[in-house]
Design a protein around this ligand. Structure first.
Ligand SMILES: [Zn+2]
Length: 265
């Protein structure tokens, strides 16, 4: 009797263990499937964004190559155009300097310099004119305290620190979603700041291009053909920022969906 009881007891444990094992297997499988789904969702988003941004940036490159061949009738270099646009806007404390590399053109508000890549600085074509005037557009924004630029500048230090760590925080957050879901939430909040930055960049970039094109037109700097080329080149440059913003929003929504999906379960 005692033996049977013991046996029964052992069978009971064994049965329990099998049931547990089944539940455990089901749980593992469910988790595994979820990770696969998460991964494929991310791959689809990332793949689409990469393809889209590759299409836009290769189009931009071919546009710039095309308009680099369009020599300016006024014979001015990018640097000379930049100097004139700054002077016409009454800006005397901004320097125009040459910076090494390709597509490295930018306006630096901290030392008030319009940095033009060597090709833009020295060359005398429609693409160089467009870029030089666009960067001066940022200098004009800075001088009049254009609010979107001010807001963007305030976000720069936060975003530059955040972008170094945010991917690791998000990755750790996904791995620890069951035990410490708050980590993913922290990652999402930091990532949202970088998304906000890409959105605020849009009005700043479009406005700088609009100022550039308006000045080039009002001062009759370019011929009609050159003006159309400059407009087209800047249009494609702006689209790269649109793609970056869409990509950032899609990625943010993806992380939010993982977080809220986990909370529902
Ligand atoms: Zn710009």
């Amino acid at each position: 009797m005692e033996f049977n009881l013991k046996l029964g007891c052992h069978f009971g444990i064994l049965e329990k263990w099998f049931v547990n094992c089944r539940i455990f297997k089901k749980h593992i499988l469910k988790q595994f499937k979820k990770y696969i789904n998460m991964g494929s969702g991310y791959l689809i988003i990332a793949g689409a964004i990469m393809l889209f941004s590759w299409l836009v940036s290769s189009r931009l490159k071919s546009k710039f190559e095309l308009y680099s061949k369009l020599q300016l009738r006024n014979g001015m270099s990018g640097a000379e155009i930049a100097e004139k646009m700054l002077a016409d806007n009454g800006i005397r404390d901004v320097r125009v300097i040459s910076t090494p590399g390709q597509l490295t053109d930018h306006y630096n508000p901290s030392d008030k310099t319009v940095n033009l890549s060597e090709a833009v600085y020295n060359h005398r074509n429609a693409a160089a004119a467009a870029v030089a005037a666009h960067e001066c557009g940022h200098a004009v924004q800075h001088s009049i305290g254009y609010e979107w630029l001010t807001m963007r500048s305030k976000l720069v230090p936060i975003v530059s620190v955040a972008s170094n760590y945010v991917q690791w925080i998000l990755l750790a957050g996904i791995l620890m979603i069951r035990t410490f879901p708050q980590l993913l939430l922290i990652g999402i909040i930091i990532f949202a700041a970088t998304t906000l930055f890409t959105i605020i960049t849009l009005p700043v970039e479009y406005d700088a291009s609009n100022r550039a094109l308006a000045w080039l037109e009002n001062k009759h700097m370019l011929t009609q053909e050159e003006q159309a080329g400059a407009k087209d080149a800047l249009k494609w440059a702006a689209r790269t920022y649109v793609v970056a913003a869409i990509g950032s929003i899609a990625t943010l929504l993806y992380y939010i969906s993982i977080y809220s999906g986990n909370r529902r379960n």
